[in-house]
Design a protein around this ligand. Structure first.
Ligand SMILES: Nc1ncnc2c1ncn2[C@@H]1O[C@H](COP(=O)(O)OP(=O)(O)OP(=O)(O)O)[C@@H](O)[C@H]1O
Ligand SMILES: [Mg+2]
Length: 303
């Protein structure tokens, strides 16, 4: 069917209209704009570290598209053996050196090439880096300060976030006085408070004990429902990937490649119930098997 906005003359073949040739042209360019811009596009992205005989191909030809779905952000879980390039993918998307720029290929965010870090992307890094001379509340509020938010408002909002990540009572502590898991929660709060359109989380729950990990997963689901951001979550936990992910990207090493994209079924049930369902357990087992097939030790056994 022709597009509804197309003028009827343009589809009437029997009229000669030499005085109005523009009506015979293909669909006007503004029709292309009706489709929302894709959130993220990777086109054949490769990354080498080092040169000559020292060169190491960390990523090879990574291509994928994250479409802008109406009223829903997508959560992409990235899994793969150590060294397969998961962090490199996130840091390229974040525009952070030395991973960015890629050696070849194209990275687009909302239709524009990535050239540097930006407020549309927030990264919770694998090696979370807090500012050592700032206390918890100041670390959480720091990004808002850079954005020029007034002091009273930023401290108010930072207090809310400290509460959300369960650190009430530690507001005045400095990073050196916190456990690894507490520091990680400060880093998570410091990124989430900025409400980035694209949230990049590199093993964000790795250092957390199981109880807090569960609470943080639930917090992420709640936030993601509220803010509809697109989330990339790197995890070594297959269960976490299936629990949180809409899609799971499976990567393999040597060189780092995206070998499979698995769509996770989302039955209409509370997420916490899913974990006990047969579909969930079967999906996790199948993913674990694929992960084992792609791990270097397995390749060693096969040879
Ligand atoms: N700054 C760097 N300089 C040189 N090589 C690097 C650098 N960063 C990563 N690499 C290499 O690129 C490859 C991919 O690394 P990356 O950190 O992305 O893997 P990963 O999948 O995140 O691993 P992990 O699960 O252990 O965090 C590895 O071989 C690594 O040694
Ligand atoms: Mg990593």
């Amino acid at each position: 069917m022709p597009p509804a906005t197309h003028p009827p003359e343009a589809t009437a073949p029997h009229h000669e209209k030499p005085d109005k040739p523009e009506l015979l042209l293909p669909a006007p360019p503004e029709q292309k704009l009706l489709r929302p811009l894709d959130v993220v596009t990777f086109k054949k992205v490769s990354k080498s570290f080092g040169t000559g005989s020292e060169a190491k191909l960390a990523l090879q030809d990574i291509s994928f598209t994250i479409e802008d779905l109406p009223n829903a952000g997508e959560l992409i879980a990235i899994v793969g053996p150590s060294g397969c390039g998961k962090s490199t993918v996130l840091r390229i998307l974040a525009g952070l050196k030395p991973h960015f720029p890629p050696t070849s290929g194209e990275v687009l965010v909302l239709g524009k090439p990535v050239t540097e870090p930006g407020p549309d992307r927030g990264l919770v890094d694998q090696k979370y880096s807090l500012l050592p001379h700032l206390n918890v509340i100041e670390n959480v509020a720091f990004g808002l300060k850079l954005r020029g938010t007034a002091r009273a408002e930023r401290l108010d909002r930072a207090s809310e976030w400290v509460k959300k990540v369960g650190l009430v009572g530690s507001e005045k502590k400095f990073p050196s006085e916190l456990s690894g898991g507490m520091q990680q929660r400060v880093a998570i709060a410091a990124t989430l408070i900025l409400q980035p359109r694209i949230l990049l989380m590199d093993e964000p729950f790795g250092a957390l004990d199981p109880g807090i990990r569960l609470r943080m997963q639930e917090l992420l689901i709640q936030l993601w429902n509220e803010q509809q951001s697109t989330v990339f979550l790197v995890t070594h936990s297959v269960e976490e990937a299936v629990y949180l992910g809409d899609r799971v990207f499976l990567m393999a090493p040597n060189p780092g490649r995206l070998v499979e994209i698995l769509k996770v079924p989302r039955p209409n049930e509370p997420p916490e119930e899913s974990r006990r369902k047969p579909w969930f357990i079967n999906f996790c087992q199948a993913l674990l098997r694929r992960l084992e097939e792609e791990s270097p030790a397995q390749h060693g056994v096969k040879v």
